[in-house]
Design a protein around this ligand. Structure first.
Ligand SMILES: [Zn+2]
Length: 100
């Protein structure tokens, strides 16, 4: 019985450390409430306006980060485009769709 409790206690500092380290490496701005209506792969939606959506892109190879605005995707017309890193040339497929 006690061994299980000890196991759980041992796990807590580890998961806390993981959260801290992921916060340190994440440079993406905190997404706004409007951005939460979109689901993206290859990028992070950080803001959404009436007609545009703002994306935060981080190159998986060299870590280059940039922001760009795209035309707002709709439920039947998701955004899909290949982004090329200007620093290392890495290609990233970016898709943004409306969260259902
Ligand atoms: Zn790159």
């Amino acid at each position: 019985m006690t061994s299980r409790r000890q196991f759980i206690q041992a796990c807590i500092p580890l998961s806390a450390a993981l959260v801290l380290s992921s916060c340190k490496t994440a440079e993406a701005p905190i997404p706004t409430e409007a951005a939460s209506h979109f689901k993206a792969t290859g990028a992070t939606v950080i803001d959404a306006a009436e007609k545009t959506v703002k994306l935060h892109i981080k190159c998986p190879r060299c870590g280059y980060t940039t922001e760009m605005e795209i035309e707002k995707p709709t439920a039947d017309k998701p955004y899909s485009k290949e982004w090329k890193c200007p620093r290392c040339g890495c290609r990233v497929k970016i898709t943004v769709e409306v969260e259902k």
